[in-house]
Design a protein around this ligand. Structure first.
Ligand SMILES: [Zn+2]
Length: 411
């Protein structure tokens, strides 16, 4: 039977579904025992998650961010103070301790991070303080709303918070905008930003007073102007604690997704009494910027999987090189030595030592969307260079192991 690509009712090739791709490439799964909305990550999927997170971290480290870490739950009191308890009580997973204390599993990280910032008086000289923390958050979504990796009960935010003076907010937001641009352009996403503002007719939906909102919204308008970006203003789309710049990504299938967001928050600092000691030795109220780049790694991966149909750039591919032996008896030892050498040089290598024909091994490598395949037979063992087959190409290229490893680096 001839296999054809799945088609929709209009006869167009159907876009690949990230859940199917995830199973085909062995990246993640759901278990009935663990529960809906709670994905589990295989070794390959974990490599992918970490490579993405490392990339974001590289972009942040250059701009002065520091990593912090927090526990996954906190007392009810923290979320009462932040306002989350009031606004999102139904979405919180609550835990009662044996002593009768009420806790919640964290739905976000900002309240915890405020406590790290305020552990000691902060001088204006030390600002901005920039905390990055890739960590899971948990929300009690209803079963019917769950959708693969796109909507989950447990998801990983590549979260960051910048604590700075009002006068520093513009520059910090511009820096985050640079990170967003660099990250998404690497994958060929085109971005269109939007300014998400409060709805003046419905101010009850937001924390804090009108003056703070106006100031924050004007700051974001100035950022947009500096960036010379064509950015529409959307009323009523702000977070409950502040206005934000939302970025939509356009994928290879012509669809649009909301991805990164930069939020300027003057309310959380008010609620948690966050200050710096200014030049006059007086406490001065600061602002807080929330800046996730991927948002949730899982949701970003659902978009990236469908955007690339699982064909990742070599630097990101969970397996970068597969080694296919013509005969295990004659070539496996050499193949393994070569694989060890490439692995030591930083490559992720898989030796296909199954008893299948070499043609089948090459096809398996193609199906797993592995960027490079090396066939090892008598001729290759005798030659000085490797015969490297790029995914989707018929012909091989001759190169040294070092040249091959250089191709695995992010440009
Ligand atoms: Zn936050």
């Amino acid at each position: 039977m001839k296999k054809t690509a799945p088609q929709d009712s209009a006869g167009h090739e159907k876009s690949p579904d990230h859940k199917e791709l995830g199973a085909q490439l062995d990246l993640f799964l759901f278990s009935d025992l663990v529960g809906p909305g709670l994905p589990l990550w295989t070794p390959k999927g974990t490599i992918l998650r970490e490579a993405l997170d490392d990339f974001v971290w590289e972009l942040r480290a250059k701009r002065g961010y520091e990593k912090v870490e927090i526990p996954h739950m906190a007392k009810k009191d923290l979320y009462e103070k932040s306002g989350h308890w009031e606004k999102f009580k139904d979405d919180l997973f609550r835990v009662k301790t044996r002593e009768g204390h009420e806790f919640a599993i964290k739905p976000m990280n900002c309240p915890h991070h405020t406590q790290i910032y305020s552990r000691r008086p902060q001088s204006y000289r030390d600002l901005p303080v920039r905390y990055a923390n890739t960590t899971m958050c948990y929300r009690d979504e209803q079963t019917g709303e769950l959708n693969g990796l796109a909507r989950l009960r447990a998801f990983t935010q590549d979260d960051a918070h910048v604590f700075c003076r009002t006068s520093q907010a513009e520059e910090e937001i511009l820096k985050i905008w640079d990170i967003v641009d660099e990250f998404y352009s690497t994958f060929g996403f085109e971005l269109s930003p939007a300014l998400s503002l409060s709805d003046p007719k419905n101010m009850d939906a937001y924390l804090g007073d009108r003056a703070h909102w106006r100031e924050a919204e004007d700051t974001l308008r100035r950022v947009v102007k500096k960036r010379k970006a064509n950015v529409p203003e959307v009323l009523g789309e702000a977070a409950f604690y502040g206005p934000k710049i939302d970025f939509m990504a356009h994928d290879s299938l012509g669809r649009t997704w909301q991805v990164a967001t930069i939020q300027l928050d003057m309310n959380m600092p008010e609620r948690f009494d966050l200050t710096c000691i200014n030049e006059q030795g007086q406490p001065e109220r600061i602002v807080m910027i929330h800046a996730a780049i991927m948002g949730a790694i899982e949701r970003f991966l659902s978009i990236l999987l469908e955007h690339t149909a699982g064909v990742f750039p070599a630097w990101l591919a969970p397996i970068q090189i597969s080694v296919a032996t013509v005969s295990n008896e004659k070539h496996l030892e050499y193949a393994q030595k070569l694989a060890n050498r490439l692995t030591a040089a930083g490559a992720r290598v898989w030796v296909d030592d199954s008893d299948e024909s070499v043609g089948k091994k090459v096809r398996a490598s193609e199906q797993q969307k592995i960027p490079y395949t090396l066939v090892i037979g008598d001729k290759e063992m005798a030659g000085e260079k490797l015969a490297v087959r790029s995914r989707g190409e018929k012909d091989t290229m001759d190169m040294t192991p070092d040249e091959l490893v250089a191709k695995l680096k992010r440009a």
